[in-house]
Design a protein around this ligand. Structure first.
Ligand code: NAP
Length: 277
């Protein structure tokens, strides 16, 4: 079984980013917005910051207390959103309950919305229009396939999970790439059958090791988006990686798979945002 390593995909994206950056007049700047101190957000922020620095891009973090009011946050958000020195924005989510996230999705400048949360960018993903920004994780899955020259066209693709961050936009990207897509969720009756039938199987359910080799068709390609903690407190995906040997043709590990590519896609979106300006 071939291990689809995120670092190799990220290195290829780094070259593309450098090429685009070379044509820019100034180094673009990413604004990371974090409200509160959620450890997952902080870990993602560290990863994104490191990646921007490694790719030679600018990054600035904006932190706000967890109890900031809706009005106050919107005022601060608008300042960052309107700042001409900020090329792109990554807002860590979910936001605390007192802040209306829907309003922020509508407020964010679609040209700075690097993680595809604005209605305009979402509509573009669903329309198959690549002039906007798709959510970075969904696009990262496509980048893993592209970098490894795995064609989607005509293949049976099953996506487990239908969130707006991963499952749904990814299904649209797969469809645009001419895959034949099946989407699964908690009400899917024959999950195992739908997974076994897939030539490309994507797990994005957020359930530690819920899919094992029994769910995987012979020689399928398995992409694991899940980031979970197992019973031993170790990071793991939605797929039991160890059970894939002899079954899958190729698979992404966790950690070191799709997650490592997500921040590279973020960097690519940042230089693209600058280029489109
Ligand atoms: P989410 O919003 O909780 O959505 C999970 C989806 O999976 C839902 O659609 C749910 O179905 C479905 N699901 C859950 N359990 C299932 C089961 N037993 N059988 C079938 N479907 C099931 O999660 P998310 O934000 O999409 O994230 C998914 C995973 O990806 C998480 O582990 C998250 O940490 C990870 N993630 C990784 C990255 C990265 O960079 N690699 C980025 C974002 C997220 P229903 O709709 O029916 O509830």
């Amino acid at each position: 079984m071939k291990i689809l390593k995120g670092a190799e995909v990220s290195a290829k994206i780094k070259e593309e980013v450098a090429q685009i950056a070379a044509g820019l007049q100034e180094v673009p700047k990413l604004a990371i917005i974090r409200v509160g101190e959620n450890p997952d957000d902080m870990s993602y922020e560290r990863g994104a910051t490191k990646k921007m620095e490694a790719f030679g891009l600018r990054v600035e973090s904006y932190h706000f207390p967890a109890d900031i009011s809706d009005g106050e946050f919107k005022e601060e958000f608008q300042k960052i959103n309107g700042d001409a020195d900020v090329t792109g924005i990554l807002m860590l989510r979910p936001l605390p309950k007192q802040i209306c996230e829907k309003d922020i999705e509508r407020m964010i400048d679609p040209k700075k919305d690097l993680d595809g949360i604005s209605p305009e960018n979402i509509a573009k993903v669903f329309a198959g229009d690549s002039s906007g920004f798709a959510p970075c994780t969904a696009e990262a899955v496509m980048e893993v396939l592209r970098a490894n020259e795995i064609l989607v066209e005509g293949k049976r693709v099953t996506v487990v999970g239908r969130s707006m961050v991963v499952g749904k936009p990814l299904a649209m990207l797969m469809l645009k790439a001419n895959g034949t897509v099946t989407m699964c969720h908690t009400r899917t009756r024959d999950l195992k059958g739908a997974c076994q039938n897939a030539e490309i199987l994507v797990a994005a359910a957020g359930k530690a090791k819920m899919l094992n080799g029994d769910y995987v068709g012979q020689d399928a390609v398995v992409l694991d988006v899940g980031i979970n903690v197992d019973e031993d407190g170790k990071l793991c995906g939605d797929v039991d990686f160890g059970s894939l040997e002899g079954k899958a043709a190729a698979a992404t590990p966790v950690p070191g798979g799709v997650g490592a590519v997500t921040t590279a896609v973020l960097a690519k979106h940042l230089v693209q945002a600058a280029q489109r300006r």
